[in-house]
Design a protein around this ligand. Structure first.
Ligand code: 5RP
Length: 265
């Protein structure tokens, strides 16, 4: 691996081999998502606890101070919306020159395995990997499931993750699943991070799945709504950080969350 690629990977994955990525890219197809209406306001208190931020160029330029930024994973796929015909019909939205100009540490792109746009999205990933490798910029593939969260079973996720790795992604973001998540990790030769999905009913549910996923081999999270849609986002990110970087159990993370919450009140 070339020095530049190694250096960028080291900015993303911390010396303990783990990472906490904070995604705030949701607006690229969801518009002003709840509690991300003003990205700067959402992001600023959370930045100190994130290892990297997953974000589009528009929100990066408008809402992140370049003097105080964390490593950036630039969301470079899109072109669809919640109200359009098909969320899977994404293209590459950002040139490699723009990625370099913005000094991004990595690029992120969604793939839509099993949809009408599987072929296009996989070729988009391959093309992006070619461009990224030319300049030493890693690609994180996002195994998107669109509106069909029911598809989150181990067989499907393992298929998506393996394909993403085979096409050259350096990191793969996928969903945790209750049964067989270890098989998803085992079948993927590059590191896996877990997304959170829509907000869960309780904080403990998040702590439990993050802990379980890490035990089963994920290196961390790329977890958004369950942090910034929570009533106590700063306590939430610190509790998740404790699981990722300090091996806190779900119970310990919950105690930390409750403690930080009452301290802030
Ligand atoms: C949105 C994404 C998000 O980065 C990913 O889904 C993680 O966010 P959340 O934890 O809110 O699901 O790719 O397109």
């Amino acid at each position: 691996m070339d020095w530049g690629m190694q250096n960028r990977m080291a900015q993303l994955i911390q010396p303990d081999g783990r990472c906490l990525f904070l995604p705030v890219d949701h607006g690229y197809f969801q518009g002003p998502t709840r509690r991300l209406e003003q990205p700067r306001k959402t992001l600023e208190p959370l930045l100190p606890y994130a290892d990297a931020v997953f974000i589009t160029r528009g929100v990066l330029r408008s809402s992140v101070d370049p003097g105080r930024a964390k490593p950036i994973i630039l969301r470079v796929s899109g072109g669809t919306s919640m109200v359009g015909k098909d969320l899977a019909n994404e293209g590459i939205t950002t040139s490699i020159e723009e990625v370099i100009r913005l000094n991004a540490t990595a690029m992120g792109i969604s793939i839509f395995v099993g949809t009408d746009y599987e072929h296009e999205s996989l070729l988009n990933l391959a093309k992006l990997v070619d461009e990224g490798e030319r300049y030493g910029i890693p690609v994180m593939a996002v195994t998107a499931v669109g509106k069909e969260l029911g598809k989150r079973d181990a067989r499907y996720l393992a298929l998506c993750c393996r394909i993403a790795a085979e096409l050259g992604a350096r990191v793969v973001k996928t969903y945790w699943c209750e049964e067989g998540f270890e098989k998803v990790v085992e079948g993927c030769p590059v590191p896996i991070v877990m997304a959170g999905g829509p907000q869960t009913d309780t904080e403990l549910e998040v702590f439990e799945f993050v802990y379980d996923g890490i035990q089963k081999g994920a290196i961390g999270v790329n977890l958004g709504r369950n942090i910034w849609q929570n009533d106590h986002p700063v306590a939430m990110i610190q509790a998740i950080r404790a699981i990722v970087h300090q091996n806190a159990t779900p119970k310990e993370a919950h105690e930390l969350f409750e403690g930080l919450k009452s301290k802030a009140a």
